[in-house]
Design a protein around this ligand. Structure first.
Ligand code: PFF
Length: 467
């Protein structure tokens, strides 16, 4: 039999843990890269509208679902649908999606850990060379880092929700905020930094087209950890009596502020490195940015602050991204753990070992798919193009399925679980919510244009990625 369900000890603890999930590589790197390419301030505006008018209601829906059912995503859909079989399908999707995203994200986090260690060893000059990344990801040392990372994350998870996830988040998140602020202040005082700030903030509305709108939405969804079963699971650990609307707002604001602030770090750094640069020509992907371009920028800092100073700056940056990635990974790995505990009555420690074993196995498959093992390197052929195992997981799960999962959450909450039950859950701990404009907006939008928009975004993303 499963033990009594653990809950977060305090509202702040929940907010920091959920913000820890939300703040990740998506905020620190993917967001600034996307904003750079897609109209600066114009992208920020579209993104902020999506966060507050579309994503926030979905986050509340996920949290409410989890807290009411007090269960993992599969159990939550099953229980609140009264055991309907078709309605457990979104539950399984909300389990499978995070499981696969975790694998892909683990591999990227392993590289970050590797870059941090190399920087600390004084090898920033090597990281800044063109060939280093390719050599690094194909060297066996990545397996060592993978094991170290998994041991670290699972050790935290093994301590449980309150003593593990919550306590770690309460230490790591404030640390993350301080490091980010420190780096931003340093960068903003560098030469030509203001060119970067201008580039970042001045809106170019001409760049906003359907692809950019779709990108902003997918980015907002990914950044807030929606459609991944995470908020359903964290909702199930939330105390009764805590306000879901209030906590969701705090998480969304924190996440968006961190993403915004990260732009104030990345763009000024780029312009300090080269004031003539055209940032739209830079790498499209977060990985390209973190592992190929940023090390060059950090290395160039030695001209003004010396090699040691540049290495220290780079080390703080990689550590910052590592902390953000680890708190995100904790949340995503927690989803399948919760499912094994809730659905199979498995003991927590056993569930942790089981999930860790399968994920390491799949992560190794990803890690060797850059040339080490041909089977994984040329895993499938899609539209005449050979794709690696890593590429395939990224293509299918990175942001493609998230809007679909979000759409199913909205339909479920409003039409199956029903508005009145949802409202009751939102009003708990927040009496002013009843009858407020927020409540009316959330009820209306979740049953109408939010699912419609998510459907369109899903179709658009699939069309862009696969056809
Ligand atoms: N919100 C996270 C981010 O922006 O990076 C998304 C995420 C990815 C959460 C991977 C958890 C995770 F393991």
């Amino acid at each position: 039999m499963s033990a009594v369900r653990e809950h977060f000890g305090s509202r702040l603890g929940f907010i920091l843990a959920a913000a820890g999930s939300a703040v990740g590589i998506g905020n620190l790197v993917a967001f600034p890269v996307a904003a750079t390419k897609s109209g600066g301030g114009a992208f920020l505006l579209v993104y902020a509208l999506f966060v507050f008018f579309i994503c926030l209601p979905v986050m509340m829906a996920e949290l409410a679902l989890g807290r009411r059912a007090d269960k993992d995503p599969v159990g939550a859909y099953r229980q609140l649908s009264g055991g309907s079989r078709p309605w457990t399908i979104p539950g399984w999707l909300a389990l499978f999606t995070p499981f696969m995203i975790a694998v892909f994200y683990l591999v990227v986090t392993v590289w970050i850990l590797g870059y941090l260690v190399e920087t600390l060893r004084g090898n920033l000059d090597q990281l800044a060379t063109e060939t280093h990344f390719g050599q690094f990801i194909n060297s066996p040392v990545v397996f060592v880092y993978l094991v170290v990372l998994m041991l670290g994350i699972n050790a935290i998870l093994a301590m449980g929700v309150k003593d593990g996830i919550e306590r770690a988040s309460k230490t790591l998140m404030p640390m993350l905020f301080i490091m980010l602020l420190g780096l931003v202040i340093f960068v903003l005082t560098r030469e030509n930094a203001m060119l970067g700030v201008k580039y970042y903030l001045i809106p170019d509305f001409a760049k906003i087209d359907s692809a950019v709108v779709s990108k902003a939405m997918a980015q907002a969804f990914f950044s807030l950890s929606l459609g991944m079963g995470i908020m359903i699971t964290y909702g199930s650990y939330m105390k009764r009596g805590d306000s879901i609307p209030g906590s969701s707002r705090a998480v969304a604001i924190t996440d968006t502020l961190v993403a915004f602030t990260a732009g104030l770090l990345i763009l000024p750094s780029i312009f300090h490195f080269d004031p003539q640069i055209d940032p739209t020509k830079l790498s499209d992907s977060s990985a390209g940015m973190i592992f190929l371009f940023l090390p060059k920028i950090f290395f160039a800092l030695q001209d003004s602050i010396g090699y040691f100073g540049a290495s220290a700056f780079a080390a703080v940056f990689f550590f910052l991204v590592l902390v953000a990635a680890v708190t995100s990974l904790m949340s995503i790995i927690e989803v399948p753990i919760a499912t094994l505990c809730d659905e199979r009555g498995m003991e927590r420690k056993k569930a942790i070992y089981t999930i860790a074993a399968v994920q390491v196995f799949l992560a190794v498959g990803c890690a060797v798919s850059f040339g080490m093992v041909k089977f994984f390197t040329q895993f499938v052929t899609l539209a005449g193009e050979s794709k690696s195992f890593f590429d395939l997981i990224e293509l299918l799960f990175y942001d493609t399925i998230l809007p679909l999962n979000g759409l199913l959450v909205c339909l479920f909450v409003i039409y199956k679980w029903k508005k009145t039950n949802f409202d009751k859950e939102l009003q708990e701990g927040d009496s002013s919510f009843a009858g407020s404009i927020s409540q009316k907006y959330i009820n209306f939008s979740l049953g109408t244009f939010i699912p419609l928009m998510l459907l369109l975004i899903f179709i658009n993303t699939v069309a862009l990625k696969f056809f």
